[in-house]
Design a protein around this ligand. Structure first.
Ligand SMILES: Cc1ncc(COP(=O)(O)O)c(C=O)c1O
Length: 481
């Protein structure tokens, strides 16, 4: 047998755990170990109880099975393999174009052109570690990342020297980070968030094993201020970590930050005993551009703000931005030799392309271009609401929102076609920059046709039942008379 010299004592020379198959005696039966994914798919009309769900789910949740493309193992000539790959990709591209055309439900801006950056997909750009401290990995985009962060720092009015932040993978990561910073600064804090808060906030509470209070909401979807006040009073002995929504997921409701601050003051919470995270996934990127809107600003005693990058700005990959105060982030930073950087982010490797997309959009559009997009979306949201109102559909649109809420369509095929997000009896369209009036018109026409089909089918069912009842009682028209 070949030998390789003196064996080095590695950690793996510790006894390794035995493979399950080798264990002679098992305490758990095979049946219990086998949990099959497809058996857990929800059939239509299954009522859902989701652990992190913000609002109680009262609608039906159907799990549409996502199928996987087969990856063949057999040897094939290179040409044949490439032809098959190209065909699959072309088909997929067509599907993407079609799905993009009929998208209304999620707050994603699908209107962008990053053709100028296409060449950069040849590089594995990774900003692992702290955005402000270069790691030894040189293929990064920190200059773009810090540029974008400085732009957001100006937007939310915090001095470059006083802030810390990074480009995240999504709004959820920004929320996970914001709440973590709050928890690390106030370890005994209780998390307060409204019922209609995005599920990622309650997910953070579970991940960090925090006590959390779910506060009721008003009709608009805003937090119930009276209930928040009562809750804060009841728990006055412990610090408060509060999530303030700058646009809730379903109704686009904006919690009144100033009112929350007044409540904290009135209930005796000094600034060292509370931490506020602002979840502005979509609307946090729009509100600063609306003249009459209240300001989200670090001039107020807030701890962090996060937004999604792929939402209002638009990007081919999910991304986001979180900004906090540098003094706050110290509580969770540590130097890592392997990175030759500092670790204060949730993820390790970080998408280095995302900063390029954000930098490109901010630079191309500028403040004025973004303001124009915001204005058009707000106008078009009102146009959609009016169109639906005229058609006799019940609607709701918060003053500070581009999310038009309306009655949930009954036809599942319609919901799927327009990729609508539904909750209970309601659905919404988030009017994004890629949605123009022609698209709204097409959508409304389709919606009205769908409602008419459902109404006609219901009327026909009533007629059929009545006919059957008549036939049974022998009371029908007697044509023979
Ligand atoms: C209010 C709110 N917060 C957070 C998120 C999560 O953002 P992301 O999907 O980028 O993780 C969303 C997503 O829709 C949201 O609406």
């Amino acid at each position: 047998m070949q030998t390789f010299g003196e064996a080095v004592e590695l950690a793996s020379s510790c006894p390794l755990p035995q493979a399950v198959g080798d264990v002679a005696e098992r305490h758990i039966s095979d049946d219990l170990l086998k949990v099959l994914r497809t058996e857990r798919l929800k059939a239509p009309d299954t009522l859902q109880v989701a652990p992190y769900q913000a609002t109680p789910v009262c609608g039906a949740i159907t799990h549409h099975h996502a199928a996987g493309l087969h990856i063949p193992d057999e040897e094939r000539p290179e040409e044949e393999r490439m032809a098959a790959i190209n065909e699959t990709i072309q088909k997929y591209e067509k599907k993407l174009a079609e799905r993009t055309k009929h998208h209304m439900g999620y707050p994603y801006n699908l209107d962008f052109d990053f053709g100028a950056l296409e060449g950069l997909t040849r590089y594995s750009i990774n900003n692992l570690g702290d955005p402000f401290i270069e790691s030894n990995y040189g293929v990064h985009s920190r200059e773009f990342e810090v540029g974008v962060l400085n732009w957001f720092a100006r937007l939310w009015e915090i001095d470059e020297e006083e802030y810390w932040g990074y480009i995240t993978n999504c709004g959820t990561e920004g929320n996970l980070h914001g709440i973590l910073v709050g928890r690390e600064n106030l370890p005994d804090g209780i998390l307060y968030a409204s019922r209609e808060t995005h599920y990622s906030i309650f997910k953070a509470a579970r991940m960090y094993r925090m006590d959390a209070v779910k506060v009721s909401t008003l009709e608009t979807g805003e937090i119930d201020y009276a209930e928040l006040e009562a809750s804060l009073k009841a728990n006055a002995g412990r610090p408060a970590i509060i999530n303030v929504n700058i646009g809730t997921t379903v109704k686009g409701a904006v919690d009144d930050l100033d009112r929350v601050l007044d409540i904290l003051k009135a209930t005796g919470y000094t600034e060292d005993r509370f931490y506020i995270h602002c979840d502005g996934a979509l609307f946090g990127m729009m509100m600063p551009f609306l003249k009459q809107a209240p300001m989200v600003t670090f001039r107020k005693p807030i701890g962090s703000v996060s937004v999604s990058g792929h939402k209002f700005l638009g990007a081919p990959v999910p991304c986001g931005v979180v900004i906090t105060r540098f003094r706050h982030v110290l509580a969770l930073s540590s130097d890592v030799e392997y990175l030759n950087s500092r670790d204060a982010t949730i993820m390790g490797s970080r998408n280095g392309h995302a900063p390029l997309y954000l930098w490109y959009t901010l630079t191309r559009k500028g403040y004025a271009g973004i303001a124009r997009d915001v204005e058009r979306c707000m106008r078009n949201a009102h146009t959609l609401k009016s169109m639906l109102d005229q058609a006799g559909v019940k609607t709701m649109l918060n003053e500070l929102s581009n999310t038009v809420v309306f009655e949930r369509p009954r036809e599942e095929a319609f919901v799927r076609k327009w990729q609508l997000a539904c909750e209970g009896d309601i659905a919404h369209v988030v009017v994004m920059p890629n949605i123009d009036i022609a698209k709204l018109e097409e959508f409304v026409q389709d919606y009205i046709s769908s409602r008419a089909r459902v109404a006609i089918a219901a009327a026909k069912r009533v007629a059929a039942d009545a006919r059957a009842a008549e036939a049974e009682s022998g009371d029908g028209d007697d044509d023979s008379a």
